[in-house]
Write a protein that binds this ligand. Structure first.
Ligand code: DC
Length: 219
């Protein structure tokens, strides 16, 4: 069977991680969380004391850093940052890093090399629009802001377990704003993407909807 490139985009808390992971496991594909790459670079910039408005310095860091985001573990230059990158501080740092066009260039090029051979489910904001505009399957997952905040508040992996619902809702709203208004590759529904509103859908139903498209494209 043809090894597809499956792009899953959408805002924070829309269910990309859960759906991408399940689809990848079902198909025996690799699951690549590109948001974790922006987070890891942000974490390292912070750790090295690099100011985030120094675009050249952050891009140089991204260029030289070895970032691994497979198998549920995120590491940068050998440091396991799987948990360290899921904090409210790194939420903000990653959104700032993701605004920098030169950093995006470096990470997009990495993402293309990781995914070009296919057999990959890649999740992010610009996968179907910029990274792989020719992806075999493009999905845009969405959910109401209230539902996305509720999911994030219950997701201790993302909040570190200490965030209240109101703080999560405010942080999601701020990131929605940052992700969709930045000039470099803003969050957008890619041409040819299937839009799925997951607000009231159980996970299994979303997985089934995506798998139906995958089956159509792989035959
Ligand atoms: O999906 P996430 O919340 O872990 O992503 C972290 C940040 O990186 C978020 O502000 C969106 C941004 N991002 C991006 O601009 N492009 C991607 N392909 C993935 C994430």
């Amino acid at each position: 069977m043809k090894k597809l490139i499956i792009a899953i985009d959408g805002p924070s808390g829309a269910g990309k991680g859960t759906i991408a992971r399940t689809i990848a496991a079902t198909l025996g594909y690799r699951h690549i969380d590109t948001g974790a790459m922006y987070r890891a670079v942000g974490w390292k910039a912070d750790a090295e004391g690099i100011t985030l408005d120094d675009e050249s310095a952050v891009a140089a860091l991204a260029e030289r850093a070895a970032v691994i985001v497979e198998g549920g573990v995120v590491s940068i230059d050998g440091h396991d940052v799987t948990r360290a990158i899921r904090t409210p501080e790194i939420d903000k740092v990653a959104a700032t890093v993701a605004r920098l066009p030169r950093v995006r260039e470096v990470l997009v090029s990495r993402q293309r090399s990781i995914g070009e051979a296919g057999g990959v489910v890649m999740e992010g904001r610009d996968i179907g629009s910029v990274v792989f505009p020719e992806a075999d399957v493009k999905i845009y997952l969405d959910a109401s802001a209230a539902e996305r905040a509720r999911r994030r508040a219950n997701d201790t992996q993302h909040t570190g377990g200490q965030a209240g619902a109101a703080a999560v809702a405010a942080s999601i709203a701020a990131r929605d704003q940052a992700d969709s208004t930045r000039s470099a590759s803003p969050l957008t529904i890619a041409h040819g993407a299937t839009y799925i509103d997951t607000t009231e859908l159980p996970i299994e139903q979303v997985v089934e909807a995506v798998m139906t498209i995958v089956r159509q494209r792989s035959s």
